[in-house]
Design a protein around this ligand. Structure first.
Ligand SMILES: [Cu+2]
Length: 176
């Protein structure tokens, strides 16, 4: 078992505060390599399911320090160098962009990454909604990509969050 999954399970245990509560197993339902615009490997993305919850685990290295947006985008295609092949944000439920917008937010909207001076990061974020509803949208016929942008998401500018160019991308491929 890798460390992020162990941390997730521990988090669930602490949240319930009861040793007798059964914790559903954490399963990796999709994963993929994170690649930069120059096609070099930059890390890894994993989509994790625990009961009816979904989590995205993203680890990377070799990035410039700073606050950078990341999202789920609607097509599982990472054609460099601009990664426009991935389309816009994953938005199957017809929302506007950003948690600060009235009609927000996209299913693919995620909190900004804070990349430290080391250039490495390892984060796990919970996705909105129930897995039974969102997983079929993520693992649909055209797939889904995880995207990192050069700048931060302002959490309100529709439809992109004004996050700037796309700098790294991972295709989430189902594991089974
Ligand atoms: Cu994006």
């Amino acid at each position: 078992m890798n460390r992020p999954v162990a941390a997730l399970l521990l988090g669930s245990f602490l949240a319930t505060g009861c040793a007798t509560t059964a914790v559903p197993p954490t399963v990796i339902v999709a994963n993929g390599s994170l690649i930069r615009a120059d096609e070099q490997q930059a890390g890894r993305a994993e989509l994790l399911q625990e009961g009816d919850r979904l989590y995205l685990h993203l680890a990377g290295s070799g990035f410039d320090a700073g606050t950078r947006a990341f999202h789920l985008h609607q097509q599982g295609r990472c054609d460099g160098p601009d990664f426009t092949s991935a389309g816009g944000h994953l938005n199957p439920f017809g929302k506007t962009h950003g948690k600060l917008s009235e009609m927000g937010q996209h299913l693919g909207d995620l909190p900004n990454l804070e990349i430290p001076a080391t250039g490495s990061f390892d984060v796990t974020v919970e996705l909105d909604g129930n897995a039974s509803k969102t997983l079929p949208q993520i693992l649909d016929a055209d797939g889904t990509a995880v995207m990192i942008h050069a700048g931060p998401d302002d959490y309100k500018t529709d439809p992109s969050g004004a996050a700037g160019p796309r700098i790294a991308c991972a295709v989430l491929s189902p594991t089974s």
